[in-house]
Design a protein around this ligand. Sequence first.
Ligand SMILES: C[S@@+](CC[C@H](N)C(=O)[O-])C[C@H]1O[C@@H](n2cnc3c(N)ncnc32)[C@H](O)[C@@H]1O
Length: 221
Amino acid sequence: MTSPAMRRYRTTTSAEDSLIGAAGDDRLDLTALFGRSAPRRLEIGCGHGEFVSQMAQAHPGHDFVGLEIDRLRVNKCAHKCLKLGAANVRLYAGEADEFVRLRLPDAAFERIYILFPDPWPKAAHRRRRLVNRGFLLELARVAAPGCTFVFASDTHNYAMQVLSNVSTIPGLWRSLHPTGYKVDVPVRFETVFERHKRAEGCTIVNLRFERTAEPVPTLVR
Ligand SMILES: C[S@@+](CC[C@H](N)C(=O)[O-])C[C@H]1O[C@@H](n2cnc3c(N)ncnc32)[C@H](O)[C@@H]1O
């Protein structure tokens, strides 16, 4: 159900539309899209857009792609970016697994963020979690060598599952935390979920990986 607060994002202005990419299944030409070839960052599940809008404002020399399955949140995110004067963002409404696989080019990003993905806490629902082995392989394809992949969650067994999934594709991602993870890492820009979870007293697990230069094996899905 759409909350009354979100209903205002059912319509968009032409300025907001200029930040929202068209649906499709063609591979994106990011240089043409942004009109330049700057370092690029990707946020998957950008929600209401706090993080991507503030990052884009803070880093005008970088280009940002934000992906979110909920169209109203995408509209809200565009609204926030404009409010902060961040035009170096392109937002897409779509399902992450499909979007990354079909639309993102190889070695395109120097940083990838997945912050508080849907946790699917019930054991029976864990197979619905986005960051599975196949998805990590696709992320490795779109990550440039040296790309940092940041994952954060208050659902500890999800974070441990991601660590375990990474270990099943050796050579592609190297953990930047000596113990594999860190907790309660200070961040420059909190997401909405992070703010709520910290206020509830939850411990936030942070994973940080670096993409190696190893080629991605042929994907068998
Ligand atoms: C728990 S919220 C966190 C939002 C934001 N990252 C934050 O930390 O505040 C998860 C977000 O991921 C989006 N999402 C869930 N599954 C997705 C998928 N398969 N593809 C793209 N977005 C997805 C949801 O709509 C939601 O906005």
